[in-house]
Design a protein around this ligand. Structure first.
Ligand code: DCP
Ligand code: MG
Length: 632
């Protein structure tokens, strides 16, 4: 790794509390740059170490923040010591104005020191916290989109959102408030304890009698709050998931009139969150009075003991006043210690939740010995291929077929028969469990995923459009600059060009969330245009025309006929008309190929294909008759 000094320009909002709008600027970091640091390196069994590593690049600044706190604490304590001298030695000596002026300047300088360093330390801590959170959010976003399909199959979106937002926020608070708060407490305690010790060791000891009890109480609550917070965050994630699913699926909910059912379900989840929050708050609210009583008792003890010593002449009045000031800075931080320890537990739990995602291995895009320079020819041979999702039952069994470059393969079969699963093996979204698939004579598993995906264009069964312009959606994933004409050509081939032009804003029309402003068929056609624009050698159309009327389908089919030339194409469809021209038709049933061949061969034999053909022809005939009748 280079050891040169890197300068990163960041845009981190600081001083949120002060509500200034100053935005930052430049952070100079040594060889380990902020943005390039792989957070995987920060994983540790010990969460504290993990959090410390996560701060890489900011650790110096953070230590400076702690140092600033130290200076501020020293200044505060020095103020009390100055006060003591003032009372004991200067007061009652006839107010020599020079001395008075000196003392006044002394107080002023100390106050400036204290205020200045408190400010600086807050600023540095915020820089660390915001910077680390910024990096963490970026990392998670990037990391999550690189995790494999199986991970996403099993992980709920709401949970991922929760972890990348609320949990990151808890980690941010850990750095900004809790860790620095702990540092502040330790420093205040130490500095003031030592100062009091020099005034009177006896007093020093009296003023910390209760501390062990405070610690015990804090630790007792720490464990409990930790558990309850974890339970609370989990429920919060469940609620996010419910909310997210219901918002995505709001049309289904309405269509099936399930609002009441969903509301009830939400209410149950929400009530559970409420209950868990109550349990969490209960712990907090039990902790506060107990620690307050202890702290108050300690304070009383200190004041009384000090007063008795002052009356007896064991200490001077000045010493007593200074002591009374300083002892507060021992006891209140101690009381705060418990709160911080308890709150820290939330930061640690969130750190765990975030680390769980970081731990997951990314799908290796570039791993593989084979990544040819040029395009693939698209010759595929499947030999006895088995596939199962995540160690479950096989959903593809003994798949065996081959196709030459440029041929079209059609897949037909009932739902759940494994059609999508089969084509998903080609871009290595999932890896087959056994058997062999070769592309141009090379085992598919030895190609890099990146190469395969650059060669394959997919129209997904349920295409997803981003809430961006149609132009952006169509040219999505094309690496080179595309001209408008290229975009139009792809759209024409997908029979969507005219439709787009009919929108007031044409290609600049923005797609609503999830493309709801478009019809299902329009969405599918945009997805077809998107796949075509990439000019892939292998084209996969997974039920790409299922939401399109027969007429549009046939016009797409005609256009595609021309575009499919020279590309190996996989067509999954339910209409015989869409598959009958394919060079090879595979009929799948429960993960097995039960029939294969060309249309003419298959209709000539009895079997599923003929059955489907007969049914569909019959329906069409009836339709035609109905139409004729209607015309007559
Ligand atoms: N399956 C699974 N995990 C997934 C996707 C599917 O366990 N992430 C299962 C569900 C089915 C089987 O695999 O039992 C085959 O699913 P396919 O999606 O491959 O089925 P089809 O594409 O043939 O069905 P459809 O026509 O409904 O799209
Ligand atoms: Mg499917």
């Amino acid at each position: 790794m280079s050891t040169s000094v890197r300068v990163q320009v960041y845009d981190i909002p600081l001083f949120r509390l002060l509500k200034t709008h100053s935005r930052i600027k430049i952070i100079v970091i040594n060889s380990r740059t902020v943005s390039n640091y792989d957070l995987k390196n920060s994983i540790s069994k010990n969460r504290m170490i993990g959090l410390w590593r996560m701060m890489t690049g900011f650790r110096l600044i953070y230590l400076a923040a702690l140092l600033g706190l130290g200076v501020a604490a020293l200044a505060k304590t020095a103020t009390y010591l100055l006060l003591r001298r003032f009372i004991d030695e200067i007061l009652g000596q006839g107010y020599p104005w020079q001395t008075l002026a000196l003392v006044a300047v002394g107080f002023l300088v100390l106050a400036l020191f204290e205020g200045g360093f408190t400010f600086l330390s807050g600023r540095w801590a915020a820089q660390t916290a915001e910077g680390t959170a910024l990096r963490l959010r970026n990392y998670l976003f990037n990391h999550i989109q690189r995790l494999n399909f199986t991970y996403h199959d099993n992980m709920k979106t709401g949970e991922l959102i929760q972890r990348s937002t609320s949990d990151v926020e808890a980690v941010r608070r850990f750095y900004a408030d809790q860790a620095i708060g702990l540092g502040r407490i330790v420093i205040l305690f130490t500095v003031n304890f030592i100062a009091i010790w020099f005034l009177s060791p006896q007093l020093a000891l009296i003023s910390v009698i209760v501390v062990p009890f405070l610690l015990i109480v804090s630790i007792f609550f720490f464990g409990r709050v930790s558990k309850r917070y974890e339970a609370y965050q989990e429920q919060d994630a469940t609620l996010s998931t419910t909310l997210q699913e219901n918002l995505s699926g709001v049309r289904v909910v309405k269509a099936f009139g399930r609002q009441d059912f969903e509301m009830e379900k939400f209410e149950v989840d929400n009530l559970e969150k409420y209950a868990r929050a109550k349990r969490l708050v209960l712990m907090h609210s039990l902790y506060w009075p107990s620690s307050d009583i202890l702290a108050g008792f300690q304070m009383l003890l200190g004041f009384v003991a000090g007063a008795i010593m002052a009356i007896n002449g064991a200490i001077s009045v000045g010493t007593y006043v200074a002591y009374a000031g300083m002892v507060i800075w021992i006891i209140w931080p101690m009381r705060g210690l418990g709160r911080i320890i308890v709150q820290m537990s939330t930061g640690l739990v969130s750190c765990d939740r975030v680390t769980e995602i970081i731990k997951e291995d990314e799908e290796p895009l570039n791993v593989g010995s084979h990544a040819p320079e040029g395009h693939t020819r698209g010759e595929l041979i499947f030999d006895d291929v088995d596939f199962a999702y995540g160690g479950g039952e096989s959903v593809l069994k003994g798949i065996r077929f081959s196709c030459r470059p440029g041929q079209s393969v059609a897949l037909l079969g009932s739902t759940g028969s494994g059609k999508t699963s089969l084509v998903n093996l080609l871009p290595r979204f999932y890896d087959y469990t056994s058997g062999s698939i070769t592309l141009d004579g090379v085992e598919l598993n030895s190609y890099t995923r990146k190469y395969l995906r650059s060669q394959i264009g997919i129209v997904e069964q349920e295409p997803f459009l981003f809430s961006r312009s149609l132009r952006e959606n169509i040219s999505y994933g094309v690496t080179h600059e595309v001209t408008d004409e290229e975009v139009y050509e792809a759209a024409r081939a997908a029979a969507i060009h005219e439709v787009i032009l009919s929108f007031p804003e044409g290609y600049d029309t923005r797609v609503g969330e999830k493309g709801v402003t478009l019809s299902g068929g329009q969405k599918q056609r945009i997805a077809i245009a998107r796949a075509l624009l990439r000019d892939p050698r292998i084209l996969i159309l997974d039920d790409a025309t299922s939401s399109v009327d027969t007429e549009t389908e046939s016009s797409i089919r005609k256009a595609l006929q021309h575009l499919m030339e020279g590309r190996t194409t996989f067509i999954i469809a339910h209409r015989i008309q869409s598959v009958m021209n394919a060079d090879l038709i595979l009929v799948l049933d429960k993960g097995e190929i039960v029939q294969s061949g060309m249309h003419e061969e298959l209709v000539a034999r009895t079997g599923i294909y003929r059955d489907i053909y007969d049914i569909q022809s019959q329906i069409e005939e009836e339709l035609e008759q109905d139409l004729e009748l209607a015309v007559v």
